[in-house]
Design a protein around this ligand. Structure first.
Ligand SMILES: Nc1ncnc2c1ncn2[C@@H]1O[C@H](COP(=O)(O)OP(=O)(O)O)[C@@H](O)[C@H]1O
Ligand SMILES: [Mg+2]
Length: 368
């Protein structure tokens, strides 16, 4: 068990800063949810409120249906792994992992059993007598996880637990955490500002910005149907291409200045939400994979562009293109590419456009 429900949580540290504003969502028992957002958007504040280290100004927090916002941290059955975890340098791995249980007065034999179990789950079984100084970064990180694991909490809260590790270690540790979460069937809330971590780990992602929830969805839905411009730009590497122009019903097309027009193949501006934007400004979002060289997609309309730079990353290449004053990036197969500095023709995949209202930033539903 370990469902978590947030109901209209708001927290302001000062009158000027509302760190978390009116946040509500529910996490089922055994789910792994990732909170994703830029630095300062309120992720740590939200996690600390769930843990009981910070009090919400208003709203309720329920764990397994029980209101906990007025309970002490130790009465919530939650373990938190912090961004800057500190291990006691003079204690062994086993002592570090068992220290919290010892403080709680758990009998020694039971503590030792839990430490041994957690150590074996984390692959630390042979390192129990070592001091932290004699461990690698990844091993220390696992000890910090183990310290939370031995508590056998209902809910795990992890606040950017991998941000101090180098990239390859981060990749392997995040798979380890995903495996662990599934194996133990525990509820986990994982905070990160790293979109790759969010995409690969989360069963659901809660995208936050400026203290507010922007979208809650599966990773693929967040990528394929971003609810607004913030979410669209928060995910994807290279990022989504954004083009602002006037929506012309004929085609329909996006009329850019300099006489350029982008055909919006697959969209219907005759009906539904898009129809009300005809002759108005819209922002069209195109993922790099929605663009191709026209020669590879001859059935689509061709748009002239200048190929500035080719970034090769092995199995694919990123074409950096200029169309008028605009910079676009296309993701293409790396073979037989034109020379940088030459004029090329690009094309857009049909049904690949995201359309947004520039005033509100909200997605315009184009399926209607
Ligand atoms: N103890 C505090 N006192 C005042 N303001 C704070 C405090 N902690 C965080 N804040 C502010 O609240 C906002 C959210 O911070 P935080 O929750 O740490 O964001 P994140 O973890 O997403 O980087 C930021 O504007 C931050 O400066
Ligand atoms: Mg933080």
């Amino acid at each position: 068990m370990g469902s978590v429900q947030l109901d209209k949580i708001t927290k302001a540290y000062t009158q000027a800063v509302c760190a978390v504003e009116d946040i509500s969502f529910r996490i089922d028992s055994g789910q792994l949810v990732v909170l994703l957002g830029p630095s300062g958007c309120g992720k740590t504040t939200l996690l600390r409120m769930i843990a009981g280290l910070e009090r919400p100004d208003t709203g309720r927090i329920l764990i397994d249906g029980r209101e906990v916002q007025d309970l002490d941290p130790r009465d919530r059955d939650i373990a938190m792994v912090f961004q800057n975890y500190a291990l006691y340098p003079h204690m062994s791995v086993a002592e570090n992992m068992g220290f919290g249980l010892k403080l709680r007065g758990m009998p020694r034999s039971q503590t030792q059993r839990r430490v041994r179990e957690a150590a074996s789950t984390l692959g630390l079984g042979d390192l129990l007598e070592r001091r932290p100084a004699a461990l690698s970064g990844g091993q220390r990180q696992r000890v910090a996880l183990g310290r939370a694991l031995v508590r056998e909490p209902k809910v795990f809260l992890l606040d950017e637990p991998l941000s101090n590790l180098d990239a390859p270690l981060r990749a392997s540790m995040r798979m380890e955490i995903a495996r662990l979460q599934r194996a133990l069937g525990v509820t986990m809330i994982y905070v990160t500002h790293d979109q790759i971590e969010a995409m690969t780990l989360g069963q659901r992602i809660v995208v936050m910005n400026e203290g507010r929830v922007q979208q809650i969805d599966t990773p693929m839905q967040v990528y394929e149907r971003p609810a607004n411009l913030f979410v669209a730009t928060a995910l994807g590497s290279p990022g989504i291409n954004l083009l602002q122009g006037r929506l012309d019903r004929q085609g329909p097309t996006l009329q850019l200045d300099e006489g350029l027009s982008l055909p919006l193949a697959g969209l219907d501006a005759g009906h539904g939400a898009l129809a009300s934007f005809v002759d108005r400004e819209v922002v069209v979002g195109l993922r790099p994979e929605a663009l191709a060289l026209h020669r590879d997609m001859p059935q689509a309309a061709a748009l002239p562009a200048q190929l500035e730079v080719i970034e090769r990353v092995g199995n694919e290449a990123f074409l950096h293109l200029c169309m008028g004053a605009r910079h676009l990036v296309a993701r293409v197969p790396p073979q037989d590419l034109p020379e940088p500095g030459t004029q090329v023709h690009i094309a857009c995949r049909p049904y690949s456009m995201h359309v947004f209202d520039p005033a509100s930033g909200l997605r315009i539903d184009t399926n209607a």
